[in-house]
Design a protein around this ligand. Structure first.
Ligand SMILES: [Zn+2]
Length: 97
């Protein structure tokens, strides 16, 4: 195993962790929204919905920025594209797995 593949292993692991985190975050947000919706009308506040929406936007932007920085070829530093299952770099052809 060479260093490009070792570096890619770390990059892929970080990317998977972030994806899992956003999935868990989404589930928590959905539970929060449904709890809010199913509770009596007077306790349902627009402020809560706005706060949830802002947090969701910030987290999404954070994940996008992280992905742009993290999801790069360890050999040529080009963005690897949308597939998490990339086996080689489309730019330099380096084997990633
Ligand atoms: Zn490359």
């Amino acid at each position: 195993m060479n260093s490009v593949q070792e570096k890619f292993k770390k990059i892929k692991r970080n990317q998977i962790v972030v994806i899992l985190e956003i999935i868990i975050f989404d589930i928590i947000m959905l539970i929060a929204i449904f709890t809010e919706v199913s509770s009596p009308i007077e306790s349902m506040s627009i402020a809560t919905i706005i706060i949830v929406a802002i947090i969701a936007c910030v987290v999404t932007i954070g994940v996008v920025i992280f992905t742009i920085i993290n999801w790069r070829c360890p050999n040529c530093n080009k963005y690897l594209g949308r597939s998490i299952a990339s086996k080689f770099c489309k730019n330099c052809g380096a084997n990633l797995v």
